[in-house]
Ligand binder design. Structure first.
Ligand code: GLN
Length: 481
């Protein structure tokens, strides 16, 4: 049995039946990482010794924990006490976490074995993982291409069979888009579902931590472990997860297709793959309806104005004094300028400047306040659509994975890659990307969107779709063939 091919549920079953031990699974993954990650560069650090020790402890324990002995990886913007955390940036080089993120603590408390931390775009700004200060991650389907981003390291690690599952963070698509470009399931939970405590903030009103897995059921398992109220994050809510069952058919499920998002999709190269997926859903009994989100065309602008504003204030704490390295300087002002000027990358500096601009006196009303008003309208659009349908479906990304280096000098083109994902964060809704087919050998993702707190409804439908698409059964990336 090839242990690294198993998903979380299969690994759990094998461990419970004592077909293999946690130590064996962990060693199998560590061996794969040691021989293959030179090519992929999913990891910024592998915790080999610690992981082996944790696996041994897991084998010795009898406790029936939900993730006992399951090897997972985490994005490099989640604090893990004692471990370095850099958010892909030189401004946090060698910075050690003084405490653990609630999500990581919950994984560890549930028995998971953490194998290492994964590469990402600097401060989670980007859709390619190419802006990491530690070099780009490669897409295992074609190593000349990006795995998506910003959680590209987590995506590449799961699809390369370096781990059973991963955590990423999603502020505007950073779990769903790399999941789509890498052929995985990626879930962005309802805002407030998962504690943000210990997640290095990008835009606090959008950020959520989410699972990246091989199956819908695995995403649900990880969500059940990491979610729930946390006294350390006042935005977490006490809304229990809705229980769900894998469905055989989609009979009676009303699925809305937002027409503003689908206009133009037919002419995109991904168009036919998305249409085939929708046809499969219809054939399985779903009722497919056109719906309207009248303010959809504002979503990208609203997202980026608010993101720049929140990011510029969040990143002001990285001043060269409190965290990370410091550039030599004579005066305090010079210290700020040298440290922030030299150690932040281009995209981060660009966003800090734009955020400062949209928040400045005189422009605040024109940009920040307007975007907040439009945010309310976007939320209302979704609420109205969910009066007519149970779930919405769109593509996750307008394209498949692009070549490494492409779009790097065209930030606007990079922002446009987020057209289908950002409005979900603006509205605080849960959404899930799942692979629905291949186009020229590269995965295409389908995005499901549910009303607030209705992840369960989405899991039920997406698990039925998973059987229809049979993606994992029929396609494997080159790196793991
Ligand atoms: N690509 C989007 C951005 O650059 C989303 C990032 C994210 O979700 N962290 O802002």
């Amino acid at each position: 049995m090839e242990l690294t091919r198993l998903d979380i549920a299969e690994t759990k079953a094998g461990l419970a039946a004592k077909t293999f031990s946690a130590e064996e699974v962990t060693n199998a993954y560590l061996e794969r990482i040691a021989t293959q990650d030179d090519v992929v560069h999913a990891f910024v650090e592998v915790y080999a010794d610690e992981a082996r020790a944790a696996a041994k402890v897991s084998d010795a324990k009898k406790a029936d924990l939900p993730l006992a002995g399951i090897p997972l990886v985490v994005k490099d913007n989640l604090l893990d006490m004692g471990h370095v955390v850099t958010a892909g940036s030189r401004i946090l080089e060698k910075y050690r976490s003084p405490y653990s993120a609630t999500a990581i603590q919950r994984l560890r408390d549930a028995g998971a074995v953490i194998l290492g931390r994964t590469n990402m775009d600097e401060f989670a700004m980007g859709s390619s993982t190419a802006s990491s200060a530690w070099g780009p991650t490669k897409n295992p389907w074609d190593t000349a291409r990006v795995p998506g981003g910003s959680s590209g390291g987590s995506a590449a690690a799961v699809v390369s069979d370096f781990c059973a599952g991963a955590l990423g963070s999603d502020t505007g698509g950073s779990v769903r888009q790399p999941a789509a470009l890498s052929g995985l399931v990626g879930l962005k939970p309802t805002y407030g579902r998962v504690s943000r405590y210990g997640l290095i903030a990008l835009a606090s009103s959008f950020d959520q931590i989410g699972p990246m897995t091989k199956t819908v059921a695995d995403a649900a398992t990880l969500l059940s472990v990491i979610s729930g109220v946390d006294a350390a994050d006042a935005t977490t809510c006490n809304v229990p997860l809705v229980s769900w069952k894998a469905q055989e058919s989609l009979k009676g499920v009303r699925i809305g297709i937002p027409k503003e998002y689908m206009e133009g999709v037919a002419d995109m190269p991904i168009g036919p793959t998305i249409q085939t997926a929708i046809d499969q859903l219809r054939a399985a009994g779903a009722e497919i309806k056109d719906v309207s989100l009248p303010h959809a065309s504002y979503a990208l602008a609203v997202y980026y104005v608010l993101l720049f504003a929140e990011a510029s204030s969040n990143l002001s704490r990285l001043d060269g004094i409190r965290f990370g390295p410091r550039e030599p300087a004579e005066t305090l002002k010079e210290l700020y300028r040298e440290t922030r000027g030299r150690l932040f990358g281009d995209e981060v500096r660009r966003r800090i400047m734009m955020g400062t601009y949209v928040l400045s006196a005189g422009y605040y009303d024109a940009y920040y306040r307007k975007a907040q008003e439009a945010r309310t309208l976007l939320r209302a659009d979704y609420a109205a659509a969910f009066k007519e349908v149970d779930l919405l479906v769109t593509p996750t990304s307008p394209t498949t994975a692009w070549k490494i280096g492409e779009l790097m000098d065209d930030p606007l083109a990079m922002y446009l890659a987020d057209i289908f994902t950002v409005s979900i964060n603006v509205a605080g809704l849960p959404a899930l990307s799942q692979p629905c087919g291949l186009l020229d050998g590269l995965p295409v993702g389908l995005q499901w969107i549910a009303p607030h707190w209705e992840e369960g409804r989405m899991f039920a439908a997406a698990s039925a779709a998973e059987k229809l698409f049979a993606f994992r059964e029929t396609h494997r990336p080159k790196i793991v063939l």
